[in-house]
Write a protein of this length. Structure first.
Length: 192
């Protein structure tokens, strides 16, 4: 019984929905098709969610926690900002980003998803910026580098044929590293 119950927990439903989203896109996230794919009754769904809107709200909150907050917490186990950025790349490279692409596409059609994505993107960029500030870069420039690095990372995921996550992270970090090196070099010259 516990095994059956755990397969139908709220977290299980949300993780299952992310798999469906990655495989079939957001149109597959409707109650009846989800229940059929999961092999359960609608009662199992309604045990955890009051409606599809509630389900989607919880799904996006869960996405924020799992793919942003948890990543940042893991990266923050490192002591230096450069180590935190490297750890973040390692964490990201261990995850399938196809779900993220579907969420971004979905946000073009549904304002509520776009609102969630704005919160997620802002938090991610703020984290990157803070790491750059901690490296000694002025706040305004750190914000710009964060936007550049993050938008490059997102944009490279759109290229066909698909690039590996390792390639995306390596190429994305090239620009950031160049800015950091130039800024550090310029700061040293200015202080001499």
């Amino acid at each position: 019984m516990n095994q059956i119950k755990s397969k139908n927990s709220k977290d299980d439903w949300l993780n299952f929905a992310f798999k469906v989203l990655a495989d079939k896109g957001p149109d597959a996230l409707k109650i009846i098709p989800l229940c059929e794919l999961k092999g359960v009754s609608k009662g199992s769904f309604y045990h955890h969610f009051t409606s599809r809107a509630d389900f989607i709200e919880r799904l996006m909150e869960y996405w924020l926690k799992k793919m942003t907050v948890d990543f940042i917490e893991q990266a923050n186990t490192e002591s230096t900002p450069l180590e935190r950025l490297q750890k973040l790349d390692t964490i990201i490279s261990g995850h399938n980003l196809l779900t993220e692409l579907h969420i971004r596409s979905w946000a073009l059609k549904e304002a509520k998803i776009a609102e969630h994505l704005a919160v997620i993107d802002t938090q991610r960029q703020q984290y990157l910026s803070q790491c750059y500030v901690d490296l000694g870069i002025e706040k305004a420039l750190a914000d710009d580098i964060a936007v550049m690095a993050y938008s490059s990372f997102l944009g490279m995921q759109q290229i066909y044929p698909r690039l590996s996550i390792e390639t995306i992270l390596r190429v994305t970090s090239l620009g950031s590293k160049k800015f950091i090196e130039d800024y550090t070099r310029q700061s040293k010259v200015s202080s001499d």
